[in-house]
Ligand binder design. Structure first.
Ligand SMILES: Cc1cc2nc3c(=O)[nH]c(=O)nc-3n(C[C@H](O)[C@H](O)[C@H](O)COP(=O)(O)OP(=O)(O)OC[C@H]3O[C@@H](n4cnc5c(N)ncnc54)[C@H](O)[C@@H]3O)c2cc1C
Length: 305
């Protein structure tokens, strides 16, 4: 990896934003995962192109992460280069009823600015703890809202050659926790949302109400990646898990949350292997009882230890 680091430094990357053997537990809300060979904190669009070029030249694979709030990184970590597109690349601007955000802006920050500007459409998403880049890839949603309802265009660059690629309209191909960007091999750089003028006080009240609801229902006191499994069509994963008697089931420090059976939480010292074993056990027991196959919503990355 020395050649990759040299190449990044020569291309002008600030050395303090190049992190060799970066522990992914620090960059994921599950707080598990072994080291990335090299992680770079992206601060500009140009740097994405530079990083991709360096990785190509050195023949190493590239992985993209945002806030790491939907990721389960295995204990052996991630080989090659990890591009972290988060707070260092997070400017948001308003143009009329459009909100245009760099990919690293959090959904919370987008919703706060929209509320301040009297623009509605993001209240339901305001408590989702990820970036807008990760959010559009996942088509994140909550309380009846979904990014697909407000996103009009997504600017990206191709991992293969750094070429710009714009996704608009039907080409975004949004569906439940899925988008065209998920399968396209691209880095999301900017997201354009079309919002609706609304009363700032009413928007604030709605955001506060939903934030209270989240704190009441979700085990926010523990590390997690949110809902572990996708909602099977017409059903709720949490209900199936609960009805199978799995609330509180534990493997090491990984536990099906006592508070919300849809969340696997890290009680403190869980390893990714514990979480994966628990997920397999939950899926097997639900399948045995109901015939329904639970699919992970969390994105699983990296190598076993
Ligand atoms: C407590 C808690 C509550 C949650 N509640 C919800 C909820 O209500 N609804 C919901 O939908 N989700 C929820 N989540 C899951 C998570 O917050 C969302 O999926 C979020 O949108 C992920 O964004 P991120 O920046 O953390 O992405 P990451 O987790 O870092 O990445 C997710 C995926 O997107 C890719 N990706 C990230 N950034 C980029 C980029 N710039 N370009 C290309 N690919 C990229 C990654 O490779 C990965 O495949 C919750 C998570 C937690 C911890």
């Amino acid at each position: 990896m020395d050649a990759l680091i040299t190449s990044l430094v020569q291309a002008g990357f600030a050395p303090e934003r190049i992190l060799p053997r970066a522990p992914m537990a620090r960059y994921t809300t599950f707080r598990v995962g072994g080291p990335a060979d090299v992680l770079v904190q992206i601060a500009s669009q140009e740097e994405i192109a530079v990083a991709l070029r360096a990785a190509r030249r050195c023949g190493v694979p590239v992985t993209i992460v945002g806030n790491g709030s939907n990721l389960l990184v295995r204990d052996g970590g991630i080989r090659g280069l990890v591009l972290r597109v988060a707070s260092a690349f997070s400017a948001i601007r308003r143009e009329g009823d459009l909100l245009i955000a760099q990919a690293g802006a959090t959904l919370g920050a987008c919703a706060q600015l929209a509320q301040h500007e009297g623009l509605g459409g993001l209240c339901e998403l305001s408590g989702i703890p990820g970036t807008i880049g990760g959010g559009v890839v996942m088509n994140a949603g909550a309380y009846g809202g979904e990014l697909s309802q407000v996103v009009r265009a997504v600017s990206t660059v191709a991992l293969s050659d750094g070429a710009p690629l714009l996704f608009e309209g039907d080409a975004l191909d949004f569906s439940y926790r899925h988008s065209a960007m998920m399968d396209a091999g691209v880095v999301v750089t900017e997201v354009t949302m079309e919002l609706t003028p609304d009363d700032p006080d009413a928007l604030r009240a709605r955001m506060d109400e939903l934030s209270r609801a989240r704190r009441e229902k979700q085990p926010l006191e523990y590390a997690s990646a949110g809902s572990t499994f996708k909602r099977p069509k017409g059903l709720f994963a949490a209900k199936l898990i609960d009805e199978a008697g799995l609330r509180g089931l534990r493997v090491g420090d990984a536990q099906v949350s006592e508070k919300h059976a849809g969340f696997v939480v890290n009680l403190g010292n869980a390893r990714a292997a514990d979480i994966l074993t628990l997920m397999d056990e939950v899926a097997a027991r639900v399948r045995e009882r109901t015939g329904v196959t639970l699919e992970p919503e969390v994105r699983i990355l990296g190598e076993d230890a």
